[in-house]
Design a protein around this ligand. Structure first.
Ligand SMILES: NC(=O)C1=CN([C@@H]2O[C@H](COP(=O)(O)OP(=O)(O)OC[C@H]3O[C@@H](n4cnc5c(N)ncnc54)[C@H](OP(=O)(O)O)[C@@H]3O)[C@@H](O)[C@H]2O)[C@@H](O)CC1
Ligand SMILES: Nc1ncnc2c1ncn2[C@@H]1O[C@H](COP(=O)(O)OP(=O)(O)O)[C@@H](O)[C@H]1O
Ligand SMILES: [K+]
Length: 471
């Protein structure tokens, strides 16, 4: 599991750890991890080593700048030409001295020779969102040079993943962070500007509380799935029912059924429009009609019939995925629901603007959870799954090619299958979203996909996650 903590949680853990260590020890750990990540990125393993490489440090007034300066000293000792542009008169004094002693230079203007890399030590977890004019000007002077961000790209809102207006933040090729991930590394829109994220272990692990957000990794998904065992039988594996699609939108019914037919439930039922049912039978002959289910998927393409369809499903009192047209009819007193809005639907539910949901997805997912008292899966580049108890999971699998019509219908069916197989709503939503993204990446291979391609890639992705070849 990739875990992310808030600034306050990190500060408290650091305080406890620092009390047991000599002064400056944590910063040395951080700086060495940072320097080695920079050397890796520069590709200094070859014959010439680091000689001839140029790195510019942008150094702010706090310990984030201290990390950059001490890392600069390590780099300078390896032969890198290191210059530090101090953006504040209060730059970390011991770090400054270490850099100079190692042969680095201090400058107060852009270097004449373009650097190979910029290290952003402007602000870390002590920073406010946005940049001061000095930092903005320094970044403009080296525009186009890849940036390694120290802890977080300066300017992002660390605990919310929000970005200041007008692009007033660093965009990193690589972010080297310390002790634990921060929320901005996972949550969009900031997660889109952190680049690759490298975590340096500084010993905080045992002192950290439960995370503010987390991201499933392959092993977590494998551990949460419920593959059938020796004496399995289809009803025991769970039956998922789909109530989606209508004469006007038959495709939504087909695609929800395709997602539900990923193989994770023992049986799929379809209940709905007769013409859609005929199409479902043609494409998925194993899908049966009305009967008992362990979970429902309701709403994609349900059109005007959504309220009635949802009411019929809810009468069964089983966990239910509420999607698309059914969302506005979702009751507020059922903890066994999973709501799966995209930003536009979330905006409608909250009487907000779509742009605001996209700018602050974590906040809006939490507001939806508060309003509905159930798990909410807010779709987007990094989908957010939020639980009423405060837990948040962010999906980091996927590809922009997944932004294609009908992809959400497949996801709803898949989450329904996971609910039917016995996962609780939070696990079903987050595992479903993870598999959906992984299937999209596999289907895409870097090129275009349809929603049907995503559904067809689910079984091999599940096989691969469970340790088979997935071929
Ligand atoms: N603690 C530890 O054990 C470890 C910590 N470590 C490192 O320390 C980092 C945190 O350091 P920190 O606490 O000194 O804060 P930091 O982020 O450098 O900012 C400081 C000052 O910046 C200023 N400022 C604020 N906003 C601004 C803006 N938008 N634009 C420009 N300036 C702005 C503001 O001062 P102001 O100028 O406003 O008075 C503020 O006081 C952490 O991220 C990690 O890298 C590692 O070494 C591991 C061990
Ligand atoms: N930029 C993106 N990168 C990765 N995935 C995305 C991106 N934009 C959207 N998605 C995903 O694509 C799917 C689109 O679903 P949705 O908006 O419901 O479309 P539809 O209603 O057409 O099915 C969601 O799973 C969402 O998380
Ligand atoms: K930084």
């Amino acid at each position: 599991m990739r875990r992310a903590h808030t600034v306050e949680q990190v500060r408290e853990a650091e305080r406890q750890l620092m009390a047991t260590l000599p002064e400056g020890a944590l910063m040395q750990r951080a700086a060495h991890g940072l320097a080695h990540a920079v050397l890796d990125l520069l590709g200094t393993g070859g014959a010439g080593g680091a000689y001839g490489r140029r790195v510019l440090l942008l150094v702010g007034s706090g310990d984030n700048g201290g990390d950059a300066l001490f890392a600069g000293a390590v780099l300078a000792r390896r032969g890198v030409a290191v210059e530090a542009w101090l953006l504040s008169e209060r730059a970390h004094e011991a770090g400054r001295r270490a850099l100079l002693a190692a042969g680095g230079r201090v400058v107060d203007a852009p270097p004449r020779t373009r650097p190979d890399l910029v290290v952003d030590g402007v602000v870390g977890i002590g920073g406010r969102a946005g940049l001061k004019p000095e930092a903005r000007e320094a970044l403009a002077a080296v525009a186009g040079v890849p940036v390694v961000a120290v802890d977080v790209p300066s300017g992002v809102a660390v605990d919310t993943g929000e970005l200041p207006p007008d692009g007033d933040h660093v965009t990193a090729a690589l972010t080297v962070t310390f002790g634990t991930h921060k929320v901005a590394h996972l949550a969009d829109p900031a997660a889109a500007v952190v680049g690759a994220v490298h975590l340096v272990d500084i010993g905080l692990g045992p002192l950290l509380p439960p995370p503010a957000a987390e991201a499933l990794q392959t092993a977590d998904v494998a551990a949460l799935l419920r593959p059938p065992v020796g004496d399995a039988q289809k009803y025991g594996r769970g039956v998922v029912g789909v109530r989606a699609g209508s004469a006007a939108y038959p495709g939504a019914g087909l695609l929800s059924t395709a997602g539900a037919s990923c193989g994770l439930a023992g049986m799929v039922r379809y209940v709905g429009d007769d013409a859609v049912h005929d199409l479902v039978r043609e494409q998925h002959p194993e899908v049966v009609g009305a009967g008992r289910v362990q979970a429902w998927v309701v709403g994609s393409g349900s059109g005007d019939g959504a309220a009635g369809t949802l009411a019929e499903a809810l009468a069964d009192d089983v966990p239910t995925v509420v999607d698309a047209d059914a969302l506005v009819h979702a009751p507020r007193d059922r903890a066994d629901l999973v709501l799966t809005p995209h930003a536009g639907e979330a905006a409608r539910l909250l009487d907000a603007e779509r742009d605001d949901v996209e700018a602050r997805p974590l906040e809006h997912a939490r507001r939806l959870v508060e309003a509905h008292g159930c798990v909410v899966l807010l779709k987007g580049r990094h989908t957010i799954v939020a639980h009423p108890d405060g837990r948040v999971r962010v999906t980091t699998t996927g590809t922009p090619w997944l932004a294609t019509a009908g992809a959400g219908d497949v996801l709803g069916g898949l989450v329904g299958a996971l609910l039917a197989s016995g996962l609780d709503p939070f696990d079903a939503a987050s595992v479903g979203s993870w598999l959906h993204g992984a299937a999209a990446t596999r289907a895409s291979g870097g090129g275009p996909i349809t929603a049907g391609d995503v559904a067809r890639s689910l079984p091999p992705v599940i096989t691969a996650v469970l340790g088979g070849s997935g071929a």
